[in-house]
Design a protein around this ligand. Structure first.
Ligand code: ZN
Length: 334
């Protein structure tokens, strides 16, 4: 009997590892479909400002390591493409790109000084969610205030002076709002980097990552304790807006690898396991969140992001085959 194989599978690279993944995929029942019927999809996006992946891996961060271990991950994710060489690697273009799924040349948020607003072409993924189902509840709880201006469809859109305020409010919202999609932004890692250096050798920077790890752990523990948790299908996505170099991440143009390189963790029952093959970008966060929530990505939206790290979808190595690997990008001497 002939078995019809989807065209994207036939273009898969025939490495032993990929072949094994395909085999497993074909042997599985349509798990994502079956779960969609019985479980309510929910997503938590965690943004850790200015977190370098080498420092994340060196720090004692068991909660984040546990999410990566039980999900998909990349430690060579890029914040912006090299073609946008003159876009500042500052927080605004980073968060805006991550949350709307397109790069700054499309959404218009080019830097933190002149253009603190979207041009209207690519809204925050909350707006896509609400357009898909207006009953879905969304919450954005952040420290860095300009992110509030990126949010256009939130039931909660609040900022706090520090990470503790964000953690406390997130725990509160989980108990009172019953959110379907949440974004939380934690700022202490970036603060430590500016203060004493973005480096895997800096104890203060590593300590800030470890403190954030504790907050992430408490928030996820609260989700797992929800009385409705067994009927829910949560996806946890963690990433960062930029890395850092020396004591900063601005004014070098968009070419310094230690600033450009971040990470992506996608964890939950709908996530694949292991390292994501191919080049990921922070724009994949919005696309992945939307797809998990059952939203069909409309080509007319002209997104740059693609679903990454989800079961049943081709890896970026297949769907984004012509991107240079992050390790091949140029290095600027300090
Ligand atoms: Zn930042």
């Amino acid at each position: 009997m002939n078995c019809k194989i989807p065209s994207w599978i036939t273009t898969f690279k025939t490495t032993a590892r990929s072949a094994m993944c395909v085999s497993l995929l074909l042997l599985q029942p349509d798990v994502s479909h079956a779960e969609a019927v019985v479980k309510e999809r929910k997503v938590l996006v965690i943004g850790i400002d200015g977190c370098r992946p080498d420092a994340l891996r060196k720090a004692t961060a068991p909660e984040l390591a546990g999410l990566a271990e039980k999900g998909a991950f990349s430690y060579t994710t890029q914040n912006l493409p090299l073609r946008l060489v003159d876009v500042e690697t500052s927080s605004g273009p980073g968060w805006a790109s991550m949350l709307c799924g397109a790069f700054p040349d499309k959404h218009g948020w080019l830097d933190d000084v002149r253009r603190r607003r979207f041009n209207g072409n690519n809204p925050h993924f909350f707006a896509r969610l609400k357009a898909h189902n207006e009953k879905l509840k969304t919450a954005s709880i952040i420290v860095w205030r300009p992110i509030m201006n990126m949010v256009t469809a939130a039931d909660v859109n609040e900022s706090f002076v520090d990470d503790k305020g964000v953690e406390d409010r997130a725990l509160d919202v989980l108990g009172t709002l019953n959110p379907d999609a949440m974004f939380i932004h934690l700022d202490a890692v970036d603060h430590a980097g500016h203060h004493s250096g973005f480096s895997a050798e800096n104890p203060e920077y590593l300590g800030a990552i470890e403190a954030v790890d504790g907050r992430v752990g408490r928030i996820i523990a609260a989700i797992r304790k929800r009385p409705t948790f067994v009927k829910e299908d949560w996806l946890f996505i963690v990433s960062s807006d930029h890395g850092g170099w020396g004591n900063g991440h601005n004014s070098h143009r968009n070419v310094v690898p230690d600033i450009r390189r971040v990470f992506l963790i996608v964890s939950g029952d709908t996530a694949m396991r292991g390292e994501i093959e191919g080049q990921t970008y922070i724009i994949d966060v919005a696309a992945t969140a939307l797809v998990h929530m059952g939203v069909k990505l409309d080509p007319a939206w002209n997104l740059d992001g693609i679903p990454a790290g989800l079961k049943g979808f081709p890896s970026p190595a297949v769907s984004r085959p012509n991107e240079p690997a992050a390790t091949e990008l140029i290095r600027v001497k300090k």
